[in-house]
Design a protein around this ligand. Sequence first.
Ligand code: BG6
Length: 499
Amino acid sequence: MKVPDNSNVVIFGASGDLNFRKLVPALYHLFSTDQLPARFFILGVSRSAFTDTEFRQAISSQMLKIEGMDSQRLSEFMEHLYYLSINTADEHDYGRLKERLLALYEQYQAPHNTLYYLATPPSLFGVIPRCLAAHELNKEAEGWKRLIVEKPIGYDFESAVALDDQLHQYFEEHQIYRIDHYLGKETVQNLLVFRFANGMFEPLWSRNFIDYVEITGAELLGVEERGGYYDGSGALRDMFQNHLLQVLAMIAMEPPAAINADATRDEVVKVLQSLRPLSDHDLEHNLVLGQYTESEVRGDTLPGYRDENGVASESRTETYLGLKLQIENWRWSGVPFYVRTGKRLPTRVTEVVIHFRPTPHPVFSQNAPANKLIIRIQPDEGIVMNFGLKKPGAGFEAEDVSMDFRYQDLGETKLLSAYERLLLDALNGDATLFARSDAVLACWKFVAPILNYKDGPMALYGYACGTWGPKEADALLERDGRRWRYPCKNLTNTHYCEL
Ligand code: BG6
């Protein structure tokens, strides 16, 4: 899908890591695959003092590290890149931004269609829209204006409402694109297609046939260089409140009447608003929080969370979260959703497992386990269906076998990176894969009692790096006669995966 002619991108926070590592490479890839318009410019804006040439050089030298980079194509791309140094928190400086933009629109003979990308610290999310508006850079008379807001969208329910109010003072909801990079993942989008393009699954997709659902977002790495940010965030805010709840909504939503921004997001928000509120009593029994401790892994000593740079030595921030939750609606009543996420687990895996109910009456001496559908979001992206097969030989014993599809079997097809897809959609004015205000607020509302509970004297369990979190998280399922799947990097490997 190509972006219609003449649209431009202004990236605030252009000297930052996100721009260098994700945004410019994504834009370059769109350019090199001819998906950007012939006439477009990208203006990087931030405080650091670069000239256009210096900025281009800095970006180029980073991009040339990418394997297989075509230096000729890269230098063509670089001609579309510009830079402006301003104090992004100072309204007066936006006069210079306006001048620069007008000159670029003139140079490119382009209407003023502009996507503003806030790749800045969250403290500027409310400030930049105000400053843009002060210079009428939010006005759409001479071309559309859209605003991409990065995460975190608020820190809790109240701050999310406050941010929303600030944004809505200067931009209308249809202009605001709240990014959740999980929605940019091909495999997350496929949840919609898999569910709603295949007639065979929909009749089974409810409490009548589904016993429980597992959602795992496991990470191999620790907090790396982001200890300062993470210590104020934790697994609940960093992964659960946004990414995993969005995945849950895609699994649980009703079929939308059409795949477009309104219809799809109407169904998403209904799921989020149907999450059963958690009382302290529920949390005591259904929530497990953990923190990784110093451990030996394959002969290396990995630091405990509290020894990471930027982390308080007495920190009680969770790096693991396991939660049993319920959706209170007709389709899902009584079906538990077990969700877990953590850093320093045995492998990096995001997946959803749908556990179907067992057969009502066991007729074989050895029944195979109940059917399972494993939807792997990353890595080794694909889908596995487990079912029982007659064990060859005498008698009638059933054994568990599987059928699988893997994206790698599609051969040459390359999955677009999340940022490529989302930038493309925002440039095309398609907000389907962006979080709408009411959905973000519904997530925070659900999470609010957990945030309160965390502030109390809740238990925080230590777990060794390279394990599947605290043993209390296993107990969360064992109590219900179930166990987590312990996935390996390789989708079809069914053995317990440990470092
Ligand atoms: C980010 C979190 O939003 O998502 C990180 O801030 C986390 O802490 C990352 O590592 C996970 O994303 P992905 O795409 O690697 O699963």
